[in-house]
Design a protein around this ligand. Structure first.
Ligand SMILES: NC(=O)c1ccc[n+]([C@@H]2O[C@H](COP(=O)([O-])OP(=O)(O)OC[C@H]3O[C@@H](n4cnc5c(N)ncnc54)[C@H](OP(=O)(O)O)[C@@H]3O)[C@@H](O)[C@H]2O)c1
Length: 342
């Protein structure tokens, strides 16, 4: 049956990708409402050869809507999602606001699709780095038992939205031409540089009490721990994350080091990854070619390569993982959840 859909944040990085994927997957749409801030209200967007005018988000935006994709930020979800649920819609929330709420399922369809049954009007889409890690990690953890995983991320500008992408482009040109550049979104020089993730950081001070991370971690890192525990339904899972922003426009990369309970081999790991849903192996060792952000832009799977045995510790293996985080890390995952619903 066709559904009445609304997108909150339709002009943003995730909103635009939601539109592209709804069209590509021929999602059964009866009507489509595009919502954004006052700044974008009145602008037009083309969807399936139809022109749709963007409306300003309000508490009355949801009458007759079946499914809402919310992708405008945590505070917007906090304010408007209850109105959508009250109007009878099911909300798939891309922000972090509801992810750790025990009454809200947090879903990666390849990992815990059954969790959709327990929803009470809101379903949360996990953090992009968590989704990308979970696709190869979950089947490996299931097969061999995960003692511990250490993950380092290499995160693209698009993770911080359209403005951050524009800023990285403009700053790269300015610096290459020897000009100065004034940043508004990203806190440090981003072009030709990298820096530990700038999400709220717990420095142990009284001001940091509201930061959802232990001392020494930033929230982006702690999301990878807390969300993975919820998605895998394993409160004891051990993940040690370090998140870094790199001057890439789109697609996050992750180096994951995993120690397993059971003895296994490189061959057995490849065997699991070859059939893991949503995972694709991409490598040409003879050409020294492994998954790279430019290869995976706009692609659905999470790409994996460079499986190798850690020589420093028994039963420990490394993998290199790259995924388009606006797609599988956000919009595609949300639409797969909507497909589970219908
Ligand atoms: N980018 C990613 O890779 C990614 C991945 C996973 C999750 N997320 C999450 O998804 C959400 C959106 O991220 P994004 O990267 O798409 O951000 P973005 O590119 O900055 O887009 C933000 C969107 O929110 C709208 N918006 C801002 N203020 C609003 C308001 N007061 N009322 C209504 N709409 C408003 C903007 O509309 P205007 O055009 O009118 O300003 C725009 O459509 C965030 O919570 C983010 O953490 C992002």
């Amino acid at each position: 049956m066709k559904k009445n859909i609304a997108i909150i944040g339709a002009t943003g990085a995730v909103g635009q990708e939601l539109l592209a994927i709804l069209e590509q997957r021929q999602f059964p749409i009866q009507s489509l409402k595009l919502l954004a801030s006052k700044r974008s209200a009145g602008k037009e967007i083309t969807f399936k050869n139809q022109t749709i005018t963007i409306e300003e988000l309000s508490h009355d935006s949801f009458e007759g809507v079946d499914i809402v994709f919310s992708a405008a930020g945590g505070s917007i979800s906090a304010e408007y999602v209850p109105s959508a649920v009250k109007a009878g819609a099911v909300v798939i929330d891309n922000t972090s606001h509801y992810r750790m709420d025990p009454s809200v399922p947090l879903i990666v369809p390849e990992v815990n699709p059954e969790a959709v049954k327990g929803h009470q009007g809101i379903i949360a889409n996990p953090n992009c780095t968590t989704i990308i890690m979970s696709l190869p990690l979950f089947p490996l953890a299931k097969a061999f038992g995960l003692k511990r995983a250490a993950v380092c991320t290499y995160q693209a500008a698009s993770g911080a939205g359209v403005t951050a992408m524009d800023e990285l482009r403009d700053e790269s040109i300015a610096i290459a031409q020897g000009n100065s550049f004034e940043r508004t979104v990203i806190p440090h020089q981003y072009a030709f540089n990298l820096f530990p993730h700038n999400a709220p950081y717990n420095d142990g001070s009284a001001d940091a009490e509201k930061v959802n991370a232990p001392i020494g971690y930033c929230e982006e890192e702690w999301k990878m721990v807390a969300e993975t525990r919820k998605i895998f339904n394993d409160p004891n899972i051990k993940i040690a994350p370090t998140c870094v922003r790199v001057p890439i426009l789109r697609a996050h990369s992750e180096a994951i080091n995993m120690q397993f309970d059971k003895k296994t081999s490189i061959e057995e790991i490849y065997k699991i990854l070859e059939t893991a849903p949503g995972v694709q192996i991409l490598e040409e060792p003879n050409n020294n070619r492994w998954p790279m952000p430019i290869d995976v832009n706009g692609k659905d799977p999470v790409y994996v390569g460079r499986v190798r045995e850690d020589q420093s510790q028994e039963n420990t293996f490394d993998i290199w993982v790259v995924g388009d985080q606006i797609r599988k890390g956000a919009a595609l995952n949300a639409i797969q959840i909507a497909e589970l619903l219908i």
